[in-house]
Write a protein that binds this ligand. Structure first.
Ligand SMILES: [Mg+2]
Length: 122
């Protein structure tokens, strides 16, 4: 069975793009509309091999979500990357401090995303 990638983004079109990019590569995609929704799904559901996380989302944004993720023993080692419109160094440094493995600026290129996901889930 393929690896599972959890896409946490409040944009349905971005989630669809991520799905359409990764599913043909054999990945299973899980989706949540914001960090809180993702946390709720995590506590009751199957494991994820990687997280692709938006920064700006309602209810719970990407920084708070990843912080919470890293504090949970069962998810602290699961790779996460940000996929965001944000490209400033200040925000990127926050991401780095949170221990994320990558920072992808929207709009993303399919081959670029596949490369990163292949690398981080292998
Ligand atoms: Mg957003």
């Amino acid at each position: 069975m393929g690896k599972t990638v959890f896409c946490v983004d409040d944009s349905p079109s971005i989630r669809m793009l991520v799905r359409k990019t990764l599913e043909p590569q054999g990945y299973q995609i899980r989706e949540a509309n914001n960090g809180q929704e993702a946390l709720d799904a995590l506590s009751s559901d199957a494991a994820s091999d990687m997280f692709i996380v938006d920064v700006n989302m309602p209810v719970m944004g990407g920084f708070d979500f990843v912080k919470e993720l890293k504090s949970r023993a069962e998810h602290s080692q699961t790779p996460a990357v940000f996929l965001t419109t944000e490209s400033g160094d200040e925000k990127k440094n926050i991401g780095k401090d949170l221990g994320v493995k990558g920072w992808i600026v929207k709009p993303f290129e399919g081959p670029q995303l596949i490369k990163i996901v292949d690398l981080l889930t292998s």
